[in-house]
Design a binder for this molecule. Sequence first.
Ligand SMILES: [Zn+2]
Length: 341
Amino acid sequence: MIRRSSRGGTAALWSGLSLCAVTLTGLVASTSPEPATQEVAAPENVSAATMTNEPYCPPGTEPVSEAERRVADPDAGPSDSAEVTPEQAAEYQDRLRRAMDRVRDHEAAAPYTVPVVMHVISASDGSGEISDARIDDQVDVLNRAYRGEYAQGSEGTDTEFRFELADVTRTENDTWFRDFGEQRDEIRAELRQGGPETLNIYTADLGSGLLGFSTFPQDYADDPDQDGVAIAHDTLPGGDREKFNEGHTGTHEVGHWLGLFHTFQNGCESPGDYVDDTPYEREAASGCPEGRDTCPEREGEDPVTNFMNYSDDACMTHFTKGQADRMAEHWAAFREGAPQA
Ligand SMILES: [Zn+2]
């Protein structure tokens, strides 16, 4: 399930993926008075590769025009299926457990300081340029989010991850800017800096509807050049992306980079997102629905305000202690100087 935001309402396709908005009353929950954001479902049992230009929409759904999503998949991009399958998640978990065995005696000391290299890719007409001040703001949002400063009441935790800006690169290249998905292997191979501990963030126009994507820590050993996070340039604080311009696309993607799945990974099925203190959730949230509970047979309402959901930036407030522990495990196993056996 993918969180998409529709604008306009004309039927259109996004890179070969057919998009369908759920129209069943009661499934659409949004605090917005205008029906700009809808909960949508991709056709079940239809992979991206088999989709045609003719959108298939299950009963109760209709085509939508534009998609917005944050994904985690080393191969994620405009032409790829974006979601992590249950089998892929299990494989990542297995690799984590094996790596944890290798680093059993290796205690990463908190706080965990992550050097950050920002790669700003822009077009010759100035599109995508980002000021140093806004880059600082993005790093500040990361630090506040991972410290737990957006959390309300007793929710959330200080994850003990800290981010320090180490370098900024600026590249003016129209092709790279407008076609990041197709060019991403070359871009990252050319620009990436540091080892597994260094967070490389690329900003560009990621194409219609794609807010960002990230690799997982487990991917580093096989493909170190490609390790990192890409976010749409207009999602940084103060950007033009309505509802997604407070910097939490960065917060969310870095969560993947540190090993977290979406809160709706595996839906209502065990083991969910492999974190014990995030309630189960059948599918991504959008907007900021209150009291949503898509797995009523499971304990707790949906974690709508968790950073690893698809809610609006203003709705996202926290990581849980379980997520913090999971990120620390990945940091020790794959990133912070751990043996890469
Ligand atoms: Zn994601």
